[in-house]
Write a protein that binds this ligand. Structure first.
Ligand code: 13P
Ligand code: SF4
Length: 338
């Protein structure tokens, strides 16, 4: 049965049970939309309790997911840490497929669900395990540092994983341990180039790009500043180096949120995926957000409707061949141990 085609009703009971949650997101969710979301919010929160499930949601989820049903929110590193330590039997990954695979790698005994199997990632799609094997043949002896935005098969071919939160530390740590001055860093060319500017370690890159962040240009940043004098520009390191050079601060999604929380700029622009500003604006009503952004079509595949369906039906369960999961886990755990 396709539960997504069944509409849940906005009854007076649902309205009363969800009124506090709406108050939280009223600034970013129009009132006319709430009757569509509220029945699903209530159904999901009940199902989570019944099924001993947690929802791990990435910072790019829409506000009704991020603020109203998620148990834990964060960047890729924070979500991986949470997946490793949660007691829940079922993890619903409100994010993209590589994140669900990372959760499964770290919690092999748990059921990990992704609400839409099509929630992919242009970076993960840019490289295969066979590509990594060829790279290792071409550069024998050099360690492979792999961004978590990759398939389990690619992680399994790698020495260590990294996220945008810890990439520089991971690169320097593995280079020191192996006694080399060069590492292979895959698959995000721009992240690798941005990290190369911060370290003496030489980095061999791959030509993968994030389809959201590659579209920002230095001219975009200059035009935001022209239109908004005094605006603080925060950019994600998956953006091209010319964009990072124009920004006031570069960091992972969690690092950008941390910057806003700590510095409370009057006006800020987050050069990243669109839902970030909505989610952060809820927490910081004193900060004005300028909102040019690019949508991630993969992240946007996750909706309240398919989260509810995942909890009801157990679809879609993420499984990983044990022969791949074991070496992939070593690479992820090595990163988490840092
Ligand atoms: P972080 O949240 O780890 O910064 O990653 C951003 C991203 O693009 C995830 O797909
Ligand atoms: Fe992949 Fe970019 Fe979407 Fe993140 S925002 S899932 S890196 S395409």
């Amino acid at each position: 049965m396709n539960l997504q085609s069944q509409e849940l009703a906005y009854t007076p009971q649902v309205a009363a049970a969800t009124v506090r949650l709406y108050d939280k997101v009223a600034k970013v969710v129009p009132k006319v939309e709430w009757p569509v979301y509220a029945p699903y919010v209530q159904a999901i929160n009940t199902l989570k309790r019944d099924k001993s499930a947690v929802i791990l949601a990435h910072n790019y989820m829409t506000p009704e997911i991020f603020h109203c049903v998620a148990d834990f929110v964060g960047d890729s590193l924070q979500l991986a840490r949470e997946a490793a330590k949660t007691d829940a039997q079922v993890i619903v990954q409100a994010g993209v497929h590589f994140m669900a695979e990372t959760s499964k790698i770290l919690s092999p005994g748990k059921t990990v669900l992704i609400p839409d199997l099509r929630a992919g990632c242009s970076l993960a799609a840019s490289i295969t395990g066979a590509d990594v094997r060829l790279l290792k043949q071409k550069y024998p002896g050099l360690p492979v540092v792999t961004y978590v935005n990759t398939s389990a098969e690619v992680k399994a071919e790698s020495d260590v994983c990294c996220t945008s939160s810890n990439a520089r530390a991971v690169v320097e740590d593995i280079a020191r341990e192996r006694g080399v001055d060069t590492v292979i860093m895959i698959p995000d060319e721009f992240l690798a180039q941005n990290i190369a500017k911060q370290t003496k370690i030489k980095i061999i890159t791959w030509k993968g790009h994030c389809e959201v962040h590659e579209r920002f240009s230095a001219a975009d940043i200059r035009s935001y500043r022209e239109a908004n004098p005094g605006v603080i520009v925060l950019a994600h390191p998956e953006c091209p180096p010319e964009v990072i050079a124009e920004a006031d601060f570069a960091g992972s999604t969690a690092a950008m949120i941390g910057y806003v929380g700590e510095k409370r700029p009057k006006k800020v622009v987050m050069v990243t995926e669109c839902s970030m500003s909505d989610n952060v604006a809820v927490e910081y009503p004193d900060v004005e957000f300028v909102r040019p952004c690019n949508l991630c079509p993969h992240m946007k595949r996750i909706t309240l409707k398919n989260i509810r369906e995942a909890l009801e039906t157990g679809r879609h369960e993420v499984t990983i061949d044990p022969a791949i999961a074991a070496p992939a886990r070593r690479a992820v755990e090595r990163m988490l141990a840092l």
